[in-house]
Design a protein around this ligand. Structure first.
Ligand SMILES: NC(=O)C[C@H](N)C(=O)O
Length: 488
């Protein structure tokens, strides 16, 4: 039998449906790939025994004719989603060996659809970062380069690395400012952040609640559609969950984009953007045109304020969400001389530098006297950004931009310069602030042979158009290159 880890999720599901191989065989092949891929540090916890049990149970269900959307597919879960009885630590020391007694709604949906879970994936601590280097478990490594350790992007770096290295057929991820799309761009994978409210946040460790949204990282656009169909859905346990139907997005893949209006925002041309990224974006425009789309120049005038606004709103919400880690309830507790000292020691030892930085920024911008100057102003910027997109939708149906301002960079290169690190999110944060769906599709390689992605943004709840356009882009780009398997 040929190497089953090379299959897409769609082809693997098809192969099991035809009886070409079982979930047990498919799962064993992926467990072997995970064991051979340890150097990439993509996983924080392995759940291989559980995966074997789940695969066996899946084959038994299939024999009875019970076949879920993800039936028998070996997948992996970002370690930000609570998984019942399986360590969930959000890449932080402060959660210690916390093992939840409940399952996040997203992973519960996937389990109900027949997922086999191979393990929990590495990430930046509490999803704060763009390189996976803030993880208390060390960074996941990008499989694209052998001679030098490159970051896989972040915060969903483990998800991206594991999918790119064929260790799983797809993975869950989350995106607060770009954490699904930027790692997808860095690793030649597909990542979609759906409309805010599509996926329930219940049981997902909170970073910035008005921005956090789950979504998949996958090998193809169609695989991403299948995974998102399973992850999405109304959940009364999350007050921001949208009570709307989940369309069959996989059917949108491959449909014609004739007459679709694609907007090109002039503000996304920024100083210092590498020429190859500009060239790839221009090429993307040509591909969309050739596929029958109409190209429309648009303006999103408040774009330059998006990143500063995000780095006020997100830390503000984080400082509030992370107040719960006090050494009393879960994970780490460092005894002090009195209660205040215990809090202080626990939080100082438990949180890494970037998380502490964000808690301090967040506390500052929310404090009396500064609230109006920072937080309130950032919220006003947010309204302007929402309005910019509303205006744009009068002229176009989807927007094409680069995903990130660079390709993957070397481990250690940006850690000491937070502003450089934050700039990674320059093209992705706008959709989080506006709650819109955005997808990254691998579109080409830079001069060093590293993948680059292009982003498509759609109207709220119009993932269908996003998938249609992304699938056309994927077809035109024909990105088939894989990293050489140096790690196993
Ligand atoms: N969670 C995210 O979307 C990550 C983003 N790069 C941040 O550091 O906030």
């Amino acid at each position: 039998m040929s190497d089953l880890t090379q299959l897409s999720l769609f082809d693997a599901l098809d192969g099991m449906a035809k009886g070409d191989f079982s979930s047990v065989e498919l799962t064993e092949a992926h467990i072997k790939a995970c064991e051979g891929g340890k150097k990439l540090n993509a996983f924080i916890s392995d759940t291989h025994d559980l995966a074997r049990e789940q695969a066996k149970a899946s084959d038994a269900r299939r024999a009875k004719g019970e076949v879920g959307l993800l039936e028998g597919a070996p997948l992996a879960v970002k370690d930000l989603f609570c998984t019942e009885g399986v360590k969930t630590c959000a890449g932080s020391k402060i959660l210690g060996d916390f093992s939840p007694t409940y399952e996040s709604s997203v992973t519960a949906n996937m389990k109900a659809d027949g997922m086999v879970m191979l393990g929990k994936l590495n990430l930046d601590e509490f999803a704060m970062g763009s390189s996976n280097e803030t993880s208390a478990y060390g960074p996941a490594i990008n499989p694209w380069r052998k001679d030098e350790d490159l970051v896989p992007g972040g915060s969903s770096g483990g998800s991206a690395s594991a999918v790119a290295a064929d260790m799983c057929l797809g993975a869950t991820a989350t995106d607060t400012g770009g954490s699904i799309r930027q790692p997808a761009s860095f690793t030649g994978t597909v990542g979609i952040k759906p409309t805010y409210g599509r996926c329930s946040r219940w049981g997902t460790v909170a970073f910035a609640s008005s921005l956090d949204q789950a979504g998949p990282i996958a090998k193809t656009v169609k695989d991403a559609a299948i995974l998102l169909e399973s992850m999405s859905g109304y959940d009364p346990k999350d007050s921001t969950s949208l009570n709307v139907d989940v369309p069959k997005w996989s059917n949108a893949c491959g449909q014609s984009i004739k007459g679709l209006r694609i907007g090109i925002p002039k503000e996304y041309t920024i100083d210092g953007m590498p020429e190859e990224i500009q060239a790839l974006w221009d090429q993307g425009v040509e591909w969309m045109k050739a596929a029958g789309a109409e190209i429309v120049p648009i303006s999103l005038p408040h774009t330059k304020y998006a990143l500063p606004a995000y780095y006020v709103v997100a830390p503000a919400e984080a400082s509030s969400n992370l107040a719960r880690y006090d050494g009393m309830r879960y994970g780490l507790r460092v005894e002090g001389e009195d209660l205040a000292d215990t809090y202080e020691r626990t939080r100082t030892e438990g949180f890494g530098q970037e998380v502490r930085r964000r808690i301090m920024i967040g506390t500052y911008v929310l404090s009396a006297g500064y609230y109006d100057a920072y937080y309130l102003r950032a919220q006003k910027v947010r309204s302007r950004i929402v309005q910019d997109f509303e205006n744009a939708w009068q002229k176009c149906d989807a927007i094409l931009t680069p995903t990130a301002p660079s390709a993957a960079f070397a481990v250690g290169r940006k850690v000491s310069d937070p502003v450089q690190m934050y700039l990674n999110d320059i093209f992705t944060v706008t959709t989080n602030l506006a709650g819109l769906p955005g997808i990254s599709v691998p579109a080409g390689l830079d001069k060093n042979g590293l993948p680059l992605g292009l982003q498509l943004i759609g109207r709220a709840l119009d993932e269908e158009t996003v998938f249609k356009a992304a699938s056309a882009l994927e077809g035109a780009a024909g990105f088939k290159t894989k990293p050489a398997k140096w790690w196993s």
